[in-house]
Design a protein around this ligand. Sequence first.
Ligand code: ADP
Length: 262
Amino acid sequence: EEAGEEIIKVRERLSHIRHKLIVMSGKGGVGKSSVAAYLAIGLGRLGNRVGLLDVDFHGPSIPRMLGISGMFRFSEKEKALMPHEYEDHLKVVSIECLLEDRDAAVIWRGPMKHGVIKQFISEVDWGELDYLVIDSPPGTGDEPLSVAQTIEGTRAVIVTTPQEIALADVRKSINFCHHLAMPIVGLVENMSGYVCPHCGQESPLFGRGGGRRTAEQMNVHFLGALPFDPRLVEASDLGRTLTEREKASPFTLALSNFVSEV
Ligand code: ADP
């Protein structure tokens, strides 16, 4: 009976969220969390109300990247957990905000993760959202499966780097989505080249065009390629993001070309 009640609560909350996007990758370290964060920020800057949900239980990186810390606040009035506010229009929730110690290792089994993911919808005061962007761990494990099962209508954005070893895994992610009948918004190729800050010349890092070719072969929309930008690493290590002023970043510039396509 309690389960039935929770399903109703999940549905109620979801009815106030228009678009749900899960950002996936075949491998770790390809920039999935960065793409999720900057996609959410970019959508917010276009005037959307955006939520960013980090369900990477074993390596949550969103709070660090955005310089968010501290536990959730429980609002007695709303009877719900209040997301962290980032800039003006971004509501952020991460598994890390449930942990007393941010360096604690999370040893949770699939069913527990599933329960927490459900609660991240049912117990959080997301309010009205145009977009909910979900950062999942790499691969095709429990978390993306739970998201697909719990958050009806979720569509996938898949991030890869251009080299063959990463592309082999991306094909698994694409097949996973097909298997679950989860629509794929498109494929993003990250770290696809390096723009020299001195001469502006772009050189490939891991080869070029692999993302587009894989997208074509697998019949998936290719959203675009994002170059390597050393300032992104610097910013995320400092717990901040490249701001509007830093529009000259080749990464954010390239991303702004397809934000409106999701
Ligand atoms: P994932 O979520 O796939 O593990 P992250 O988004 O955490 O990857 O990125 C891993 C590291 O690579 C971070 O230090 C991040 O700042 C850096 N990074 C990601 N994309 C880029 C990029 N296009 N240019 C430069 N650094 C990047």
